[in-house]
Design a protein around this ligand. Structure first.
Ligand SMILES: [Zn+2]
Length: 64
């Protein structure tokens, strides 16, 4: 049994929006947790987090 991630329905990777099954990567950024389906997406996010987030730390539907 792998641990289930508490993921809201319809939410996927912050960067590519793909839903993920097991093995999501989790990153803590400014006190919040963000999930990614791959190392690649995680790196893209880390290069420019503001691109993917609104002022409150929510994930944008469309990157800036
Ligand atoms: Zn992704």
């Amino acid at each position: 049994m792998s641990q289930a991630l508490p993921q809201a329905p319809g939410r996927g990777c912050v960067v590519c929006k793909k839903p993920f099954g097991e093995g999501a990567l989790r990153l803590r950024y400014e006190g919040r947790l963000y999930d990614f389906d791959s190392e690649r997406c995680k790196r893209i996010f880390q290069e420019n987090p503001d691109r993917w987030l609104d002022a409150g730390g929510g994930v944008l539907d469309q990157p800036r």
